[in-house]
Design a protein around this ligand. Sequence first.
Ligand code: ARG
Length: 263
Amino acid sequence: MRKSVKAALFGMIALGLVFTGTSTAGAASTPSPRIVGGDTASISDYPAIVAVNQANGGNWCGGTLLAANKVLTAAHCVDGKTPGFFSVNGGSANRTGGPNSSTVKSIWMAPNYNGSTFENDYAVLTLNTNFSGPVATLETNPAVYAAGTNATVLGWGTTASGSSNYQSKLRKVDVPITSDSACASAYPQGSSKGTYYNDSMVCAGFAQGGKDSCQADSGGPLVINGRLVGVVSWGYGCAGKNAYGVYTRVTSYVDSINAQLAK
Ligand code: ARG
């Protein structure tokens, strides 16, 4: 499908879909700040997080283990890819090296995913090898999206917008849920920064910026009280003023996701 110039620009700049092909890129580069504005995380902070890596070892996306062989990630992480592109790693704050690792058997992408607007940005991977360890609980109650509720996002992504400082050790940052009205004014209909759709998305972050998820955190978890409430989806740059992180609104998709787990 042909994309408009605007959509293509939005895709490249706002979403940062240009990933490195190198392995453990940025592992030895400048530290501060992390994820953006965050800190190191332990796997015990959120044991269901997995690294959705490239088969060649390079950073790509995050994901969340929902069953021994099922991983929730973002549709934009898998769009146009075949299973052989991926290698999934779990049970460790290290992005590669186990204790759980698997190739991907099959990819299911939300059929209503819109690659121009990023509505319905979720997908489920089926692994070839079962992972041990705890699986995530999906939040079902949309009341968790009350503005100001503290949430945590985790990942191995870059530490600044446009940087290639991908991480090999897990990072996390706390970000409050943003009201629908604040997110809609940051990303109004027709905005070149992208558009917020409150049925499929939820925002988190600070009006003044400084803390956010960033490139290669996509597909990873946004968590409240240990439950999965969001999937890292997009943003205009990372951690900028009035440019919140936008997450797939998990409570909207619980039935659709559970249907995939039953397969
Ligand atoms: N689309 C990015 C990815 O593919 C994630 C961007 C998140 N951006 C943000 N400002 N929170 O990794």
